[in-house]
Design a binder for this molecule. Structure first.
Ligand code: NAG
Ligand code: NAG
Ligand code: NAG
Ligand code: NAG
Ligand code: NAG
Length: 498
């Protein structure tokens, strides 16, 4: 019995390659994140995680690595690019962390790839970054991208046999998280599903709730990415119109703020709570799988301590903190490998190649990087399991590393199988009405019918191959259209190329 611990220790020691020379190197890291702590990936939130990783490295095999972090505030605009290009050639960093926002990340990754500097981000999650062949060649994404999340839907759809999908999201025209989230799903499902897309202006999303009913009738699966309050309105409305039946499934994507989902997410303390609880019995949420590794508890506690010290209000450890933490570990491993092969820290391409297609132990468990330098993701699907109390539980999980869907044994698969084909509502009041109605009433009905047709046609444009999305635009936005188009082009996303 006594031998057992010794055995473990000797394996532990042998686990590291015996080295003739320790890794001694100074590494300059430029961290490009927002100062404004209203971002959940602000400097004040992410820096303690990076610092935690640095200390872990300093206590172990990588004690000779000396990281100099330089934090430069960059919001979601162009500041990050300027922070980088304003540097003289001999002041360029060895490594860049961030940016997270897609539109800030795109130009930074282009310039850094051109300068042979590795970029690691727990953001830049959009589909557009997947092509690493040219301009994004040195980007490594250490948090699961939207495409990885979308695999969850692809696998579920294959398993349960879904055919038609309605995607609903709001677009703020700034960071556009929901736009990029839904884009991932669109890209993965478009080939073998009948897909429609419904966009809401983020400033007045509630005005669209009624319009949403018609397209819902025509689809088996409704997938939403929008504010929690809007999700509630949509669910209430769908429930009132009896759309929450066994021939329709509702999903909500909530990746970054999962604490707000699950138990009691329907509750607002208003008079609709009971109705909302009944409606939420039909709502499922896709979110990141939560980790339970013991080391993660220590990490969480240390993070909370740092936030208290700084006076930052943080209730949960999010994927950005985890992703940047793991990024530093991955960089150390890759730099070590590259230097053993005779390359220097300035050879970003060689270092980056060694980050891809490998697995290592991250703070929340095993991290698996795919061969394209993107982290595989694990996601869970949460549904209401107790209709009395309205509480939620994970009913299935998707593991990105092996692509498997693990369904809880007590989950009834019929709940995710669409019963019968959906069709438009059968009510066609125009047919019976032309008889005894007065002129004005008939006119009203015809106008109504025309509007209905226009709406229907609009939705046919949304169908695959067209990739056109209709947005209700205000005058000002139309003027901004050109500008926005440029910004969209700048990450070359298929979704945005209408
Ligand atoms: C931080 O961001 C929030 C929301 O975007 C904004 O209201 C606030 O003015 C910003 N604060 C600073 C100091 O820029
Ligand atoms: C997360 O959800 C909580 C509870 O719904 C909400 O108060 C908070 O503002 C949300 N945070 C973000 C960043 O969306
Ligand atoms: C976390 O682990 C470190 C050692 O790795 C230790 O010094 C620290 O006290 C631990 N923190 C907590 C809250 O347990
Ligand atoms: C990834 O690594 C495995 C071995 O770990 C290897 O068999 C495979 O060819 C690698 N894939 C690529 C694309 O490099
Ligand atoms: C896939 O990976 C998960 C987590 O690593 C594991 O629990 C599961 O058993 C694996 N499934 C298959 C089919 O290999």
């Amino acid at each position: 019995m006594l031998y057992f611990p010794y055995l473990c220790i000797s394996i532990w020691v042998l686990g590291f390659p015996v080295r003739t020379s320790a890794l001694n190197e100074n590494v300059d890291v430029l961290v490009l994140l927002p100062q404004n702590s209203s971002y959940i990936f602000s400097i004040s939130r992410v820096s303690p995680a990076i610092e935690y990783a640095r200390q872990q490295l300093a206590n172990g095999h990588f004690a000779g690595l000396n990281f100099n972090f330089q934090y430069v505030s960059s919001e979601c605009g162009v500041d990050a690019l300027f922070a980088l290009v304003d540097r003289a050639p001999d002041e360029r960093p060895d490594l860049i962390f961030g940016p997270v926002c897609e539109y800030a990340a795109a130009p930074v990754v282009r310039v850094a790839s051109h300068w042979n500097i590795p970029v690691m981000s727990a953001g830049a999650l959009a589909y557009g970054f997947i092509n690493k062949n040219s301009e994004f060649s040195l980007l490594t994404r250490t948090a699961p991208s939207y495409m990885k999340m979308a695999e969850t839907f692809a696998v579920m759809s294959q398993h349960f046999g879904w055919r038609s999908v309605l995607l609903i999201y709001h677009d703020d025209k700034e960071e556009r998280n929901c736009y990029f989230t839904v884009e991932g799903v669109h890209v993965l499902l478009e080939d073998d599903h009948d897909i429609s897309v419904f966009v809401m202006d983020s400033r007045e999303p509630l005005t669209y709730v009624d319009e949403l009913i018609k397209p819902m009738y025509e689809h088996e699966v409704v997938i939403m990415c929008t504010y929690a309050d809007v999700v509630r309105e949509i669910m209430l409305n769908a429930h009132r119109r009896r759309l929450t039946t066994s021939n329709r499934l509702f999903f909500n994507i909530e990746l970054f703020n999962s604490s707000s989902y699950g138990d009691g997410s329907w509750r607002r303390g208003d008079r609709y709570d009971n109705e909302a609880k009944a409606a939420y019995a039909f709502l499922n949420t896709v979110t990141l799988l939560r980790s339970t590794k013991p080391e993660f508890e220590n990490f969480s506690m240390e993070m909370r301590k740092s936030y208290q010290k700084m006076g930052v209000d943080v209730c949960e450890i999010n994927m950005f903190m985890e992703g940047f933490h793991d990024a530093l570990l991955l960089y150390a491993l890759a730099l070590d490998d590259a230097m053993k092969s005779g390359y220097t820290k300035k050879n970003g391409k060689e270092i980056t190649q060694r980050m891809w297609n490998r697995t290592f132990e991250g703070i929340a468990g095993q991290v698996s990087m795919d061969a394209n330098g993107d982290r595989n993701g694990d996601f869970s699907v949460i549904s209401m399991t107790n209709h009395e109390t309205g509480s939620h539980e994970t009913v299935m999980s998707y593991f990105g590393t092996n692509g498997s869907l693990q369904i809880n044994p007590d989950f009834d698969p019929k709940l995710f199988t669409v019963q019968g084909a959906p069709g438009p509502p059968s009510s066609q009041p125009t047919d019976q009405s032309s008889g005894g109605l007065g002129l004005s009433a008939v006119t009203g009905i015809i106008v109504g019918g025309l509007l209905g047709t226009a709406l229907l046609m609009a939705f046919y444009f949304f169908r695959k191959n067209y990739r056109i999305t209709i947005e209700r635009r205000t005058q000002r936005e139309q003027c901004d259209g050109k500008h926005r188009q440029l910004r969209e082009d700048s990450i070359r996303s298929n979704f945005s190329a209408a």
